[in-house]
Unconditional design. Sequence first.
Length: 317
Amino acid sequence: MSQEFNGFNGIGKNRKFLAACRDLLELPIVTVDVGADGGVREWGELAAICEIHAFEPRSDSMAELQESQLDIVHPRLKLHHTALARTTGRHRLYVTRTPQASSLRKPIPASFLVKRWRQDNGFEIAQELEVDCITLGQFAQEQKLSGVDLLKLDTQGTELDILRGGGEFLHKISIIKSEVEFVQLYEGQPLFDEMVGTLASYGFRFFAFEEGAEVFRKKIWSDCMFIQSRFTDKARMMRAAAILIHMGYFEEALWLLIEHGVPVEIHQRLVDARMDDITPAFVKLWKGYKSTVRKSLKAIGLFDAAKTVYRRVSRPR
């Protein structure tokens, strides 16, 4: 079951960055959010130029997701009340006491986690449901997607299963943000090394850790960032660079653009626009005030005099 939302209630604070994207990119930016519990707010105001597909198989979470969109309407948002899996058909969903830990893979005994990580029963199974599932490849075919610019996966241990269900379509994905575990929290789940190795065979390169959990420097899980290294379409590559800049990976975007012969000025324009959007007004005012004072001092010759005095006073004796 799918539901579409259309319209947008403004572009908020990111006016300059969105304007630069509209000038430089072929839009929309196609994003797929698998495991959208809690809403699709993480795209921020970039959503104004995105086509967003959000998946959530749990009915309670889907209802919350639908309600959350009433005050944040995106121009192209489609909600899918189903799950993605390695194979199409009915699959068992293990609903845990902490709903966000629910998975198509069975959680390992809660006692194991209590001894080593969490001091609660959040991974205990509260309910088992049968849910409809499709593969990533089938979804792309049904939606007639020529590619995906950003794929976000947060499905509690089935992320690599979903990617394997994408088959050759993985070559048409630009950036992947996926939760990855370093210890097994679910039966038979693949871990970080297997995820990196599998994605490398499709041309992806791991480049960053984001939010995660550790116990005395022992990694439990982390959101991991991967980028396609075999771009053949300049328009796709440009959208990927813009996404990286929006997420704060300025240098990663610069390397990507340089590798594909894009002038550095393009990168600078996008970064300047993004920084101008996110810099607080009082910081801009202070910078402007300092600049005005400096110009005034220069105009009356005091700036150079002050520099000369400072050098003399600070000179080692």
